[in-house]
Design a protein around this ligand. Sequence first.
Ligand SMILES: O=C(O)/C=C(\C=C(/O)C(=O)O)C(=O)O
Length: 304
Amino acid sequence: GDFEKSEGWLDWYDGPSTPTFRLPEGSVDAHCHVFGPGGQFPYAPQRKYTPCDASADQLFALRDQLGFDRNVIVQATCHGSDNRALVDALQRSGGRARGVATVRRDVTDDQLAELHEAGVRGVRFNFVKRLVDRVPTDSLEEIVAKIAPLGWHVVIYFEAEDLPELYDFFSSIPTDLVVDHMGRPDVTKDPDGPEFELFLRFMRENTNVWTKVSCPERLSVTGPRALEGEQHAYRDVVPFARRVVEEFPSRVLWGTDWPHPNLKDHMPDDGLLVDYIPQIAATSELQRQLLVDNPRRLYWPEGV
Ligand SMILES: O=C(O)/C=C(\C=C(/O)C(=O)O)C(=O)O
């Protein structure tokens, strides 16, 4: 049918392993998606890929199996600014999910109020060129002005090579600003080198900036296989993520990124991704901040 998934798209991992690492009580999967079903929630005509359907019920089953308590569900580009699938999932969650939506510059205050009522607490802007026709620099400023009364924050997704030209613009955003997947560092480079240093400087100079130390499977060249005797899946990503967690322990978040859109070479076992966490957050204090305190402060500030 019209919603055939993209060529080469891998189905998400059916039957993920149960993690060895026990998530702390109240942990939040702070980056995940729901897609479709395409017949009920059509994908955006201008999308760059067509995902497999991935429902709220399947997301919540994964949440329970992995040991998370809550989700932050993030609008992906395949649904554009049609947030109906996201809102449906939030309404089904019984208050255990919050959302990050995508809106256009002509969004009305009533539409924003409806999204807030459903549990949306932020807006997402995608600067990854393969995912959008044009980067949303102009609409971002207008939308930031509209969401200010709601106290929402901004989530941005960009690639490390684009940070130099976007640095000043991103530094001018007045809200809390959450960077997806550490701004996608090239992990074949030196974690102490100039490229990652620019991202660390961005976080040092802008104390409103948070980042998700998620998606090693997107960044890794060494991949999911742990060498004999070594415990590190995605071992080439560990130094980058660990550095961020240890320098900015109160401004990091973590998520599965289920159902992992656009992965072509392998589909990660979500249980394995959870077992990666202690490599990058080595103490129970850091784990609690990463998985419980920080996402709760940002998405459930009312403390429920
Ligand atoms: O889901 C992710 O976080 C990563 C990807 C996709 C999107 O963010 C999206 O379509 O909005 C990607 O790297 O392709």
